[in-house]
Every structure is written in structure tokens, then in C-alpha cells.
Ligand binder design. Sequence first.
Ligand SMILES: [Zn+2]
Length: 292
Amino acid sequence: MNLPDPAVDVSGAVEIASDVLVIPNNDVALVPNIGVVAGSEAVLVVDTGLGVANASRVLEFASEVARGRRLYLTTTHFHPEHAFGASVFAGSYVVNRAQAEDLRRKGSGYLEMFRGFGGAIADRLAGAEVPVPDVVFDGVHSLDLGGRTVLLRPTGRGHTLGDQVIEVPDAGVLFTGDLAETGQFAIFPWFPPHDTDVSGVSWIEVMDRLIEAGPRVVVPGHGTTGGREVLEGVRDYLRELRDETWRRRDSADVVAEVRAVLVERHPEWAGREWIDLGVGCLCAELYSFSVD
Ligand SMILES: [Zn+2]
């Protein structure tokens, strides 16, 4: 695999709402959108980028924003480009219980898998460790940044078991992590037998709830910040993927057929390989429903 260097470029940071900054991923593979949310007393960073050097740039940038205010880090989910630089934020890393479990159970396997991609990805992970959270919470966590309270809300199983979204209620901003992407097919980390935690069925339910909550600004894990239509686009695609897969349950070549239909409907989207994994996931879920 020959992927470009997943370098976080902090120079492109944009203010999407008052004291809410996004370091955009500029459509570079394995670079997430990174959030910096400031209150009068503290600043919260959302996701780290892949590896220690990226996270150090993010820390430097956030420290400039914070000017002595306290820093916190949280991550949307445990995948390496979102969380595997957390060690540079030592002492300030806060996550939900299910995500901490993902890190503990699957972190080292993902570190090995990503190192196996070679090239710039492996270089970025030299010296990286599986992150160990400083604070693990149950339920919804309210983080008081001073004049602004941010909510860290676990969603239940979707893109991973431990997904959480970050809400900035006073600004109507929602950080989704990889529950949402734009300009590409939804990322299904369906890697049997090692990781089969992604669920297309519950992911759709998660998206319905996020849409109902009515955020004004949506920052996807990868792609372009927008409004509620970002969430609706993903939800509609997931429904298409489910319906096109399940209606071909008896076909010998369901993967190729679904892929052809969805590529025709979304010819401009990247990440076509995720369609195949999504079909695999939804086939398994269909089977598990029919035998229950
Ligand atoms: Zn992910």
C-alpha cells in the first residue's frame, strides 16, 4: 500500500464558530479533522492525528490557542489516526468507558496493522504507543471549559463499539468522528475474525438520533464541515447499502452487484473498498437476525 504521508497541517485551521476551531484534513487519507474548543478556563482538543509528531504539532497549536489555560484531550474513537498520539497530552486524556475498552482490547492489533501499511504510515507510528486514558467516564460527560460546557456523548455501537460524539451546545457544533465522512463511502472497519464490532444496523440508528438532535454545524471525521445534511447523507447511504445488500441475500455475487449499484449512484466518492466490507458486515448482521 502506498498512501501519502498523513501529515496534519495546522496552518489551515479555521474558526467554524466562536472559539471553535477545526484543523481540516484537506482530504488526505488517514488525517482526521481535529477540533480545538476554547472556554475561558480550559481548551479541549478533539483527536490527535496519527502518531507522536502529528500530535505534538496539534499540542503546540492548541497551546498557542490556550495561552496558559488548561488543556484537555478527548478522542472520538480508538482508531490510530484519531487517537494514537495521545501520549503527548499526558495527564489530560479523557474518554468514555467503551472506547477505553476498545483501546485496551484492540489497540495493539491496530498499531501492528497500521505499521504493516509501511512507508510514511509506519514512520509516523515509530515510537507510538497504545494510548492509556487518564480519565475514563461512564454515561455522558459534561466538561466545563469556563463559560461553555461541552458534552462528550457515547453513542453506542456504530463505526466502532466505543464511538462518542462531542457536542458544543452553545454553538450548535457536533464532532462526529468516523460516524460521518463526506465525499467518500462510509468506513466499515469489518476485519473478521479480528474485528467485527462495526454494525451497519446500529450505525443507522445512531445517525437517526444525531439528526434528530438538530446540530447546526457538523464536523465529520474526514471530509468537509457542513450542516445537518452531512449526517443525512451518511444515514441515507447506510440505508442504501443495507437495502441493496439485503435484497440480494440469495445472490452468489452480492458484493460485486452492490458495489456496481452504489458506485453508479456515487461515482465521485472515494473509498470504494469500504463498500465491500460494508456488504460483508450487513450480510453477517442479516444472518444474525434470521437465526435469533
Ligand atoms: Zn475510524
